[in-house]
Design a protein around this ligand. Structure first.
Ligand SMILES: [Fe+2]
Ligand SMILES: [Fe+2]
Length: 523
């Protein structure tokens, strides 16, 4: 395994180009010239294409994939030198070797051939073995050049793939399978002429200790299809020789891998996949088989696959780490909210419910998924300033004195101070400071009015009021959902509709059934 299959240099075999024999364009205005070349080259397995003029040769070159041109110099209309110059002046043709053929040994013709860009100059009646050897050598050079160009294109493709996934990278919504799909799209053969790419791909994914999930990718009618493989390839990657993972291997028919991979690949015949060659990326959580390239696979193909998979695994690991940090941040915020609630008369999950109501209103107001997710978490800190409010005031049954009210009304400012101004908690700070402000300006601590009050605080104000009214307090009983809706929309003398942003109140009316659900589900 991992041996690089070199082109066959045995004496009478041409250098293979992909899985077809090299195609040689023979250009000669005389039939005898074609007969001569056919007698010499056809037995060696080359595919010969005849052209009887320079113009015809140029036309064929545009249409088909020619690997080498053998060209007579003396032709009517356009001579061999001119045709050669034109071939070398076109970027997509310039890498095709041109061998000039002349009936005579002429120093001048040899120099003109070199000046026209020809790779070689041969006499028609030269030693036939030498002609054959030079053609093999030039075809080999061409195949090496093609490999170089392919490598260059692959580097470009890997770079643009990397740029693309980094640009779209969202660690909190990173979807590993989506990322694998985009790797497959980069590598797999989309159209029949892309013979340098694998015809199909088999991907195995294992999450944790769950069983492997195997998928089969293939383009069908210009559409990339992902199908489940109806059996487990049961690839004991850990039992592979040398057990070093991840492992990247490649093989062709001539060096087909030994068990256990061999046995597993045989299973693919049941889904009509006959593996001729493959590049395999094997790890404990992800296996990718790029199967049936149109050429002999080499370490270059292996490196392309490996580079893309490594980028993807790196992003997955980064996303996991960022998600863990995000989870820890959310946990810390909720813990702080719970601590603040400990002294309040609202036992249970008041702060959590307020976050949930806020998310409902934010979505109804069209503020976007990110805003809704942020307010759901950060609104839980709205009363964190009550940590500084004496518990006997918070839990006092009956009416509060003026002094006690003054003490209570300090909690928004305390809350804003506790939260501070870290960029991640700006919304929480704003809600803590402003959640008792009222649309009509009758709120506290600053008496802000209308749109002076940040939208997140206008939302949190209504959410907080809804939940406060649902619960019994020292000075009032608990109300049911219908009663609370009536109070918010029509007022009860103490709570009035003009306290609320009309748009927020409208959003509440449109989604109040969700408030009822949240209240009964989060107790
Ligand atoms: Fe409050
Ligand atoms: Fe509250």
């Amino acid at each position: 395994m991992n041996q690089q299959n070199q082109p066959d240099h045995s004496k009478n075999k041409p250098a293979p180009t992909a899985f077809r024999q090299p195609r040689i364009l023979c250009v000669d205005d005389e039939r005898s010239g074609h007969v001569y070349l056919e007698a010499l080259l056809a037995p060696q397995g080359y595919e010969l294409i005849d052209a009887y003029s320079g113009e015809e040769a140029l036309q064929i070159l545009q249409d088909g994939k020619i690997d080498l041109v053998l060209m007579d110099i003396m032709m009517p209309d356009v001579d061999g030198f001119e045709v050669c110059r034109r071939i070398k002046s076109e970027e997509h043709l310039a890498c095709i070797p041109v061998v000039m053929l002349s009936g005579l040994q002429s120093k001048e013709a040899r120099i003109k051939s070199i000046e026209a860009g020809a790779e070689d100059f041969l006499q028609k009646m030269q030693n036939q073995e030498e002609i054959s050897a030079r053609i093999r050598m030039l075809l080999h050079v061409k195949s090496l050049n093609e490999r170089l160009i392919n490598s260059f294109n692959n580097i470009k493709s890997i770079t643009s793939f990397g740029e693309n996934i980094i640009r779209r990278f969202d660690p909190l919504r990173f979807d590993f399978m989506e990322n694998i799909d985009s790797i497959i799209k980069q590598i797999i053969r989309r159209t029949a002429d892309m013979i340098d790419k694998p015809l199909l791909m088999i991907v195995g994914v294992r999450i944790g200790r769950a069983p492997w999930q195997w998928h089969h990718y293939e383009y069908v009618f210009n559409e990339l299809i992902r199908m489940s493989v109806p059996f487990d390839l049961d690839l004991e990657v850990a039992s592979l020789p040398d057990r070093i993972l991840p492992k990247i291997i490649h093989f062709n028919q001539s060096d087909y891998p030994k068990p256990p991979i061999h046995d597993q690949l045989h299973k693919l015949r049941t889904i009509n996949v006959n593996v001729r060659n493959a590049v395999c990326y094997l790890s404990e959580e992800l296996c990718i088989f790029a199967v049936n390239y149109g050429h002999t696979v080499t370490q270059y193909d292996a490196v392309v696959l490996e580079s893309m998979v490594v980028q993807s695994r790196f992003l997955r690991s980064l996303a996991t780490q960022i998600q863990e940090v995000e989870d820890a941040f959310n946990y810390a915020v909720r813990a702080l909210a719970r601590a603040a609630e400990a002294n309040d008369e609202d036992s249970g999950k008041h702060t959590v419910r307020v976050g949930e109501y806020c998310a409902v209103l934010a979505e109804r107001l069209g503020l976007g998924r990110e805003f809704a997710a942020a307010i759901k978490l950060q609104a839980t800190l709205h009363d964190v300033g009550k940590i500084f409010t004496p518990p006997e005031i918070l839990r006092k049954p009956g009416k509060l004195t003026n002094e006690e009210w003054i003490e209570i009304k300090k909690h928004p400012v305390y809350g804003a101070k506790i939260i501070g101004n870290h960029p991640r908690l700006i919304m929480a700070q704003s809600i803590a400071l402003n959640h008792h402000e009222r649309w009509d300006g009758s709120g506290y601590p600053r008496g802000l009015k209308g749109s002076e009050i940040p939208i997140e605080a206008r939302i949190a104000n209504l959410a907080d009021q809804y939940d406060a009214l649902r619960n019994a307090r020292g000075h009032k009983p608990a109300f049911d959902h219908a009663a609370v809706s009536r109070i918010l929309n029509q007022g009860d003398g103490r709570t009035l509709p003009q306290h609320f942003d009309p748009q927020v109140l409208k959003a509440f009316r449109e989604s109040d059934f969700l408030f009822a659900n949240i209240y009964t589900e989060i107790i």
